[in-house]
Design a binder for this molecule. Structure first.
Ligand code: PGA
Length: 252
């Protein structure tokens, strides 16, 4: 079995002034030396990316966007492209977050196209998948996650997953304080890895699969200790430097 380097990414969502963000970034930067194993990533709102670049340049941390457009440039008012994120020093971009799917109408097909656009720009997509509460209750979790994953694999091919990260984020756990139990999360992570392994065992073995949904300092360790959980995608808890750093240190 391969040794996958853990990754912890902060998804700031639509939070933070310049001043608050500078403080948060300084706090994260100061604590990076205490993080032994995880690759640390922050994903601020677009307008704060240059600030993250300035603060984190030359450190072990990387930064990324929360979304991108499928096009490279042109008349797409209000959008930001993969090449623009790359130009701002981003290494990663979140694709298909459940808030984008639910509130901005992103279909599996659009998400797959964004994944492709991210890789074409040289960015590593963090592909989010996950079921709604009603879908879990109807025993549809695996079917939903498979559909979301397959849409991407069908467009770009399984080999493209080698340069990506998957985040399993049960929608009922996001921002609700209700975390999936380590076993619930592990079951879906194992399912995702097995589904990829059905196409390519080596890519599946190397694929980082993050858990997201109310992960915090107090529950990160037991989640990340699961065999198929390789880190976290952190919303609320990524807005407090010490809390975020505690999660980043969880794999140590
Ligand atoms: P949360 O968000 O940690 O606040 O639940 C996670 C996410 O939406 O990525």
């Amino acid at each position: 079995m391969s040794v996958r380097q853990p990754l912890v990414a902060g998804n700031w969502k639509m939070n933070g002034s310049q001043a608050e963000s500078a403080k948060l970034l300084a706090g994260i930067k100061q604590g990076l030396g205490s993080v032994k194993k995880a690759q640390v990533v922050v994903c601020p709102p677009f307008i704060l990316i240059p600030l993250a670049a300035k603060e984190l340049q030359g450190t072990s941390a990387a930064w990324g966007g929360q979304n991108l457009d499928t096009h490279k440039s042109g008349a797409y008012t209000g959008e930001v492209s993969g090449p623009m994120l790359k130009d701002a020093g981003c290494a990663y971009v979140i694709v298909g977050h459940s808030e984008r799917r639910a509130m901005y109408g992103e279909t599996d097909q659009v998400v797959a196209e964004k994944f492709k656009a991210a890789q074409e720009a040289g960015l590593i997509p963090i592909l989010c998948v996950g079921e709604l509460l009603a879908e879990r209750e109807a025993n549809q979790t695996e079917a939903v996650v498979a559909r979301q994953l397959d849409a991407v694999v069908n467009l770009v091919g399984v080999a493209a997953l080698a340069k990506s990260v998957v985040a399993y984020e049960p929608v009922w756990a996001i921002g609700t304080g209700k975390t999936a139990s380590p076993q619930q999360a592990q079951d879906v992570h194992r399912f995702i890895r097995a589904r990829v392994a059905g196409k390519d065992a080596k890519i599946a073995d190397n694929l980082k699969i993050l858990y997201g949904g109310s992960m915090k300092g107090s529950n990160a360790k037991e989640l990340i200790a699961q065999p198929d959980i390789d880190g976290g995608l952190i919303g609320g808890a990524s807005l407090v430097a010490e809390e975020f750093l505690t999660i980043c240190r969880a794999p140590d």
